[in-house]
Every structure is written in C-alpha cells, then in structure tokens.
Design a protein around this ligand. Structure first.
Ligand SMILES: Cc1cc2nc3c(=O)[nH]c(=O)nc-3n(C[C@H](O)[C@H](O)[C@H](O)COP(=O)(O)O)c2cc1C
Length: 333
C-alpha cells in the first residue's frame, strides 16, 4: 500500500509525524520513533522566553556593576529544566537529530512576538532543519486590543520569519478566530507553506487546598480530534498550503478520518507519550488493512474524499448538521 505523502514539499513515506513533545527530545527516542515508522519528526520548540532569557543574560553580563546583575534575570522566567534549555542546546540537539535520522527533522519556534525569532529562524535553517514550524501561542487577553489588531500581529510574525528563511515554513495556530477560514488564508498569503491545526492550549487549574493557580497538563483524548476534523474538511482544497492535524490523534481510525477530511499529515503527541513509539507501527499496519479491505491503491486516493468540497453533503460540516445531531440524540433516549 502506498502511504506516501507530501508535506511542505517534503516527500514522506507515510502521514505519521510525531509532534513537538518530550517524545522528540532525546536522540534515543527519535531513533525509536524512526524505527517504528515515523515519517518525519517535529522537535520540541525553542521558546521565545528562552531566547529572551539568553538575550537578557548577555545584556545583564554586559551591564554588570551598573543597575543590573546577571543574577537579576533569575526569577523573570521559570527555571530552565531539561525540556526548556537554551538556544545553544537547541541547535546542538537539532544537529544531532539530523545526523542520527534519515527522515526529515522539523524544528519549532514557540512564542507570540517577533523578538529574536527571525534571527533564530535563520540559525535553525543553517543548523540543517528540513522545515520550520512556527507555533504562535498567543492568548489574546488584552480587552483593549481588538481581533483585527491581534490578527495583524500573527501575520506580521509570519511575514517576518518567512523573509528570514528559505526552508519550508508551517504555522501552528489555535482554533479561536472569528473567521478561522479567512485567517488560514491570510496566514498562507503571509508566507506559510503549511498550517498545523490546532494548537492545544494548555489550560491552568485551581488547587482548592492551596488556593493557587496550578499548571496541570492533561494529555489529550481521541474525542478532541473532532474540532480538527471539521476544519480539515472545511479547508481542504480551499487554501493553497499543506495541512497537518494535531490534537487527539490516537489511533488508525483517527488518522484515517483526518486523511479522508483532507489532512496531508497527522501529528501525534499525547498518544505517543502514553503508549510509546511502537504505537506508530500498529497504526500503520491497521491503516494498510483498512485501505486494502476497501481496495484503495494509495492513501492519496482517500485523501480529502470526505472534505466539504468533495462531500455529497457539504452541510454536514456546518450549522445545519447541529439540528440533525440534536434530533438524533433525542430519538435515541
Ligand atoms: C508534554 C508536552 C509538551 C509539548 N511541547 C510542545 C512544544 O515544545 N512545542 C509545540 O509546538 N507543541 C508542544 N506540545 C503540543 C503538541 O505538539 C501537540 O500539538 C498537542 O499536544 C496536541 O496533540 P496531541 O493531542 O497529539 O497531544 C506539547 C505537548 C505536550 C503534551
């Protein structure tokens, strides 16, 4: 079965790409992912805060003895642990990954403002990344700034990074736009070769014993894939860019549904953290069984066949289906 997929102009053996997570951190784990069948990998992000932290440390060192000491940068940012190390380490890890793997290695930048991104995007390109994923992780919490202003910020960021690199550029965004389809289109016009749908914003929690706000990262479940499924189906064939699905991809069924909706690749984070790299081998084998049983010759043949553009019932992805779902639920009770 031919599972070959083109993503961002990269020829991949299949559509399974481990997303940025601790699973793609160490070279051992990367090797295991490749051996299990991963077609490409996205490295954990270099975070804007890391870049700023380093810039501030340099600034502080240069100004040592004036009003700011090197130590004074401590406390502005969380401690850099193994996952969240500096930019130098990041580039070392990228080079090591490139040497160790034969599949494409996609680097990732995560932030919300142009800052040092353009510079680091260039350095990442020079270090050998096959593509760059820009994770725009922006919580628009300022009530004074309207949606148009926030969207301009996204576009400015993409344009700035696009100008500084020539490797393929994908943009990972959340689903929370008033007009997601329009925004997708504009991100592509701004220079994105692909969109990664969607960022799964980590939600803080409140600890009722300590009365503090606590970070509480919960891994995803398959159900969360549905939001991505809808937008994949709505956007397939309508924007001139590769489409990657992320959030809630846990099984061969999830991958196949997303491909039918129009995804070029499906990215996996939580499921690999839960079940390990071998899950990829199982998924690939189950996909082949499903496609063979239905006499598909290739994955390409299935791609997008249930997107809104190709669907016999285009309304199924929009509002009218809501009433249908409610009536069906009520009739089953
Ligand atoms: C522990 C953990 C670390 C992550 N680190 C990153 C990261 O560094 N950069 C990034 O863009 N996404 C990061 N993500 C998000 C994942 O790449 C992915 O988009 C998200 O978890 C949704 O996919 P999933 O349902 O397969 O987990 C992380 C997710 C987890 C669970």
């Amino acid at each position: 079965m031919n599972l070959a997929t083109n993503y961002l102009g990269l020829e991949l053996a299949n559509p399974i790409v481990p997303s940025a997570s601790p699973m793609t951190l160490s070279v051992d784990s990367l090797r295991q992912l490749e051996a299990a069948g991963a077609a490409a990998v996205v490295l954990p992000s270099l975070f804007e805060e890391q870049i700023e932290h380093e810039a501030m440390a340099v600034h502080a060192a240069l100004n040592f003895g004036t009003d700011m000491s090197a130590e004074s940068t401590d406390g502005y940012f969380p401690e850099m642990d193994d996952y969240n190390t500096g930019a130098g380490d990041y580039l070392d890890r990228l080079r090591t990954a490139k040497e160790a793997l034969s599949i494409p290695v996609i680097a990732s930048l995560n932030g919300s403002s142009a800052g040092g991104w353009t510079l680091y995007a260039r350095i990442i390109e020079e270090a050998g990344a096959d593509a760059l994923e820009l994770n725009i992780y922006l919580i628009a919490a300022d009530a004074e700034r309207g949606s148009a202003q926030v969207e301009e910020e996204y576009l400015h960021l993409v344009e700035a990074v696009r100008k500084s690199v020539s490797i393929p550029l994908s943009v990972k965004v959340g689903p929370y736009f008033s007009s997601t389809a329009n925004m997708a289109n504009r991100l592509v016009s701004a220079g994105a070769d692909g969109l990664v749908l969607f960022n799964r914003f980590y939600q803080p929690d409140i600890d009722l014993d300590t009365l503090t706000v606590v970070p509480n990262l919960v891994l995803s479940t398959s159900d969360e894939m549905r939001l991505v499924l809808r937008w994949m189906a709505l956007l397939h064939g309508r924007i001139d860019a590769s489409l990657a699905a992320t959030t809630g991809v846990h099984s061969a069924e999830d991958v196949l549904k997303l491909i039918l909706a129009g995804a070029d690749v499906t990215m996996m984070g939580s499921a690999l953290l839960k079940y390990g790299p071998e899950l990829i081998t199982t998924i690939l084998s189950e996909m082949i069984d499903w496609l063979t049983a239905r006499e598909y010759m290739s994955l390409d043949q299935a791609r997008g066949s249930l997107s809104q553009e190709s669907s016999p019932d285009p309304s199924a992805f929009e509002r009218s289906n809501y009433m249908h779902a409610l009536v069906e639920y009520a009739s089953k009770r």
